[in-house]
Design a protein around this ligand. Structure first.
Ligand code: GCV
Length: 714
C-alpha cells in the first residue's frame, strides 16, 4: 500500500503532469532525452577549463553548471572517458596556443561579440568560448547553452557574432509605488520600499534572462517620471540594482523628470538655459556617477501628454536634450530623448506632429543624444506604417521604441507573437537613399554611418510567477532581445528558438505551435483593426473595442477621430486631399500610399477615406471585406484554440491549462471585437453582414454599456 503510493507520486513527478509555472522562461535546461546526443554533449563538455576570475566569469561558469545539471546525467563527469576540453575566457587571458587557433576573427568583433570555435590541439578536441571582454564570454556561454537546448550539434563549431545594435534596452514603465503603467503582469518587480537592503533573488533571474538574449541596459522607471528617483534615498536603491546587474553586462538608466530641479532641487525654474538649472543637472549627474560609475544615462519624455519639458520655458527639444547631454558627457552617459509628442495646441493630424517637431532639428543634437522613436507615428497600434521620422533624420541617431507590453493588443490575455510585427517594421523600406534603405539599416546605423545605435522595448514584465502574465508572451520579451541583437533575424527563427528552449524539442509540438504564433499577429490585427483601422480601443484602459467614443476633451483621444466612419465610407485621408501626412515619407513611399489602388490593403484605411462600395483586389466591396476580415480574425483564434488542444500531450499540465484558459478568453474577446465593431460601423454602411460572417448575439447598446472600472495598467 505504502510502496504503491510512493510509486504513484514518482509517476506523477516523472510524467508530463509535473507542474511548470513558467518562472524559468527560456532557460528551462530540460534533460536531453536523446541518449546519443546527450552522451556526445557529455564528452564535449566534461573537462571545463576557465581563465579569469571576475564576477562575470563566475556567473558564466555558474550558468554552465546550471545548464549541464539540467540537461546532462548527474554523474556525467565520472561517466565519460573523454579528454575533450571546453575552454572559457576573455582573449586577454587565453594562451597563445589557443588564440592562435582563432586567426583574425577578433578583428571583426565588437567588445561584446563572441567566438565559439572547435579545434584540435595537442591531440585533444577543444571548444573555446571567448571574446574581447568577459561579458562577450557570457554571451557566448548563453549561445552555447542555447545550441544544446536546441539539440544542435557541437561538432566543428565556428561561430563569431557581434551585436549589430549598441544600446539594447528594456524600458520599464514602473512607478515607485510598484504599479506599472500599461503593465498587465502584476506589480513592478522593483521592490523599492525594501531596497537597497532586501535584494530579491528574482533580480538575478531577471539579469540572467536579459543577458541570455543580449539585453545590456534597463531603464528602471516610468517615462511619466517621478523626480524622487533622483533623490539620495532612491539612488541608493538604484545602486543596489546596478550592483546586481553589473556582472551580467546590464547597465541601469533612469527617467529624468524635466522639472526635477524645481521639485527636488528647490529651484524656481527648470529652464534648460538657466545657469542654476544647468549646474543642478551637472551636480546631479556627478552624484549619480559617484554611486554608479557605469550608470547608462537618462530617458526623457518631455512636453508630451502633460509631462514638463523645455517648451514650458519657450525652449525646444534640442535645448533640453543638449543640456542633459552636457551633464552626462564627462561620464560617458547618454540621453535618450523621446519623440512621442503631440500637442493639444496643434490641430494638425496627430500622425504628423512628431515629425514636424523633430525633423527641423536634424543634426543639432549633441553626440551623446539619441532620439527614441516609436515604431509608428500614432501609438503602438496592432498595425501601423513605419514612423516617417526613420526616413528623415540622416544626421541624428534614432533609436527604435517597440512595445512588448500589450496596451492596445489585448493586454496580457491575448496571445500574439510580436516579433512578427517588429520584423514587418524593420523590413519596411524608407527609400531615403533609394530602394533597400530599410528601417533596420537606420536603426543599426549602417545607412548613414551613425555612431549611436539603439533599440528599446517597453517591458511586459511584472511580479507574476511567470513574469509576463501569460506564458506565450515570454516569447515577446525573448524576441525583442534577439532582434535588438540582430534586427535581421526572422520571426520564424526566433519562434523556433524560443519554443525549443521553453517547451520541447519535439517537432510534433514545435511545428503547429510555431505556425500558430506566426499567424497570431495577423489574427489580432484582423479582429481588432483590419485594413488599416487604428486607435478604436475603449477609452483610458484601451481594453476592448470602443469605436463609438467621441466625448473626450482632446479630439485625438477619441476613436472617431481615427476611423472617421460616415455614410460615404470609412478611414483617415492622409493623402494630399486630406492631412497630407504621406508627404513626410520619401516620394516612392508617398506615391504608393497616396494611390488608392496601390496602397497596401492592410494600410488602406490608415491613408484613405474609402467608400463602402469600393472594390478591393479580391472583388469584395470594402464593407463586405471589412466584415470578412473581422471573421477571419475570429476564425484564426478558433484555430489557435484547437492547435493548442492538439499539442496537450507535449506540454506540462500547468502551462497547458494556463494558455488554454487564456486562448479561450481571447476567442471570446475576438468575437466581442468583431460584433461590437461591425454593429457600430453598420450604422454608417447600412448594409447587411455578408454570408459567412456570424451574426452578433448582442446589441450595439449592450457593447457600448460595458464598463471596466478596474482594468489593469491604466
Ligand atoms: C507612458 C500612450 C500610453 C501612455 C504612455 C504613452 C507614452 O499614450 O497610453 O500610458 O505613457 O503612450 O508612450 O509616453
Amino acid at each position: 500500500m505504502y510502496k504503491g503510493k510512493i510509486l504513484i507520486i514518482l509517476c506523477l513527478i516523472c510524467s508530463k503532469g509535473f507542474a511548470n509555472d513558467g518562472y524559468k522562461l527560456w532557460l528551462q535546461y530540460d534533460y536531453i532525452k536523446n541518449e546519443t546526443l546527450r552522451l556526445d554533449y557529455q564528452a564535449d563538455v566534461k573537462n571545463l577549463v576557465h581563465f579569469g576570475d571576475t564576477e562575470t566569469i563566475k556567473v558564466a561558469l555558474k550558468e554552465l553548471e546550471l545548464g549541464f545539471a539540467g540537461m546532462l546525467d548527474s554523474n556525467y563527469k565520472s561517466q565519460s572517458k573523454s579528454n575533450s576540453v571546453l575552454i572559457l575566457g576573455n582573449r586577454a587571458n587565453l594562451s597563445k596556443d589557443i588564440t592562435g587557433q582563432l586567426g583574425n576573427t577578433f578583428t571583426k568583433l565588437t567588445d561584446e561579440g563572441f567566438i565559439i570555435k572547435s579545434f584540435t590541439l595537442k591531440g585533444k578536441s577543444q571548444i573555446v568560448i571567448t571574446g574581447k571582454s568577459d561579458v562577450a564570454v557570457l554571451y557566448g556561454v548563453y549561445h552555447f547553452l542555447r545550441l544544446m537546448q536546441m539539440n544542435s550539434s557541437l561538432k566543428n563549431l565556428n561561430i563569431a557574432e557581434s551585436p549589430k545594435i549598441d544600446f539594447r534596452l528594456l524600458n520599464h514603465w514602473d512607478n515607485l509605488d510598484r504599479t506599472v503603467e500599461r503593465g498587465y503582469a502584476g506589480f513592478s518587480i522593483w521592490d523599492w520600499h525594501r531596497l537597497p537592503d532586501y535584494k530579491d533573488p528574482r533580480y538575478i533571474d531577471y539579469a540572467r534572462a536579459n543577458a541570455s538574449i543580449g539585453i545590456n541596459g534597463t531603464v528602471l522607471t516610468n517615462v511619466n517620471a517621478n523626480a524622487l528617483i533622483l533623490t539620495p534615498q532612491y539612488l541608493d536603491k538604484v545602486e543596489a540594482l546596478a550592483t546586481i546587474f553589473r556582472p551580467y553586462g546590464i547597465k541601469v538608466y533612469l527617467t529624468a523628470r524635466f522639472s526635477a530641479p524645481i521639485e527636488i532641487g528647490g529651484l524656481e525654474t527648470a529652464d534648460p538655459l538657466d545657469a542654476a538649472v544647468i549646474k543642478w543637472w551637472k551636480e546631479k549627474a556627478d552624484e549619480i556617477y559617484a554611486k554608479i560609475p557605469d550608470f547608462g544615462g537618462f530617458l526623457v519624455k518631455a512636453n508630451s501628454e502633460g509631462q514638463p519639458g523645455p517648451q514650458n520655458y519657450g525652449r525646444n527639444h534640442v535645448d533640453g536634450a543638449n543640456m542633459l547631454a552636457e551633464a552626462l558627457k564627462p561620464h560617458n552617459g547618454i540621453v535618450m530623448w523621446r519623440a512621442f509628442v503631440y500637442s493639444e495646441h496643434d490641430v494638425s493630424d496627430r500622425a504628423k506632429q512628431a515629425y514636424s517637431e523633430f525633423v527641423p532639428y536634424d543634426g543639432q543634437f549633441k553626440d551623446n543624444v539619441i532620439v527614441q522613436v516609436k515604431n509608428g507615428a500614432i501609438d503602438f497600434q496592432p498595425r501601423e506604417p513605419f514612423h516617417p521620422m526613420f526616413g528623415a533624420m540622416p544626421k541624428t541617431p534614432l533609436m527604435m521604441e517597440f512595445q512588448i507590453t500589450q496596451e492596445y493588443l489585448g493586454q496580457s490575455t491575448h496571445s500574439i507573437f510580436l516579433p512578427k510585427q517588429y520584423e514587418e517594421v524593420l523590413e519596411s523600406d524608407t527609400y531615403r537613399k533609394g530602394k533597400g534603405s530599410t528601417v533596420a539599416k537606420v536603426i543599426d546605423g549602417s545607412l548613414d554611418n551613425k555612431k549611436l545605435t539603439g533599440m528599446a522595448g517597453v517591458s511586459n514584465i511584472g511580479n507574476d510567477i511567470n513574469w509576463t502574465g501569460n506564458p506565450m508572451l515570454q516569447a515577446n520579451w525573448y524576441g525583442f532581445g534577439r532582434l535588438a541583437w540582430n534586427p535581421y533575424l526572422s520571426a520564424d527563427d526566433i519562434a523556433d528558438e524560443w519554443l525549443h528552449c521553453t517547451f520541447s524539442n519535439d517537432e510534433k509540438f514545435i511545428q503547429p505551435v510555431k505556425d500558430m504564433m506566426l499567424k497570431s499577429t495577423e489574427a489580432v490585427v484582423n479582429y481588432m483593426t483590419p485594413l488599416g483601422l487604428h486607435h478604436i480601443m475603449a477609452t483610458g484602459h484601451h481594453y476592448g473595442p470602443g469605436p463609438w467614443v467621441s466625448d473626450l476633451s482632446r479630439p485625438e483621444w477619441n476613436p472617431v477621430y481615427y476611423h472617421k466612419a460616415d455614410s460615404l465610407g470609412i478611414g483617415f485621408d492622409r493623402t494630399p486631399t486630406g492631412s497630407n501626412a504621406t508627404a513626410q515619407y520619401a516620394p516612392e513611399v508617398a506615391t504608393t500610399f497616396n494611390n488608392l489602388d496601390n496602397c497596401p490593403e492592410e494600410l488602406l484605411l490608415w491613408f484613405h477615406h474609402v467608400s463602402w462600395a469600393y472594390k478591393l483586389k479580391n472583388g469584395n466591396t470594402l464593407w463586405n471585406n471589412l466584415a470578412l476580415k473581422y471573421q477571419e480574425g475570429v476564425d484564426e483564434v478558433a484555430t489557435m484554440v484547437n492547435t493548442w488542444n492538439n499539442v496537450k500531450p507535449y506540454v506540462d499540465e500547468e502551462r497547458f491549462n494556463d494558455v488554454n484558459m487564456l486562448l479561450n478568453i481571447q476567442y471570446k474577446e475576438a468575437k466581442w471585437w468583431r460584433d461590437a465593431c461591425l454593429l457600430y460601423f453598420q450604422q454608417y454602411s447600412k448594409q447587411p453582414l455578408p454570408e459567412n460572417v456570424e451574426k452578433p448575439t448582442e446589441t450595439l447598446e449592450h457593447f457600448e454599456a460595458l464598463n471596466f472600472p478596474f482594468a489593469p495598467g491604466n
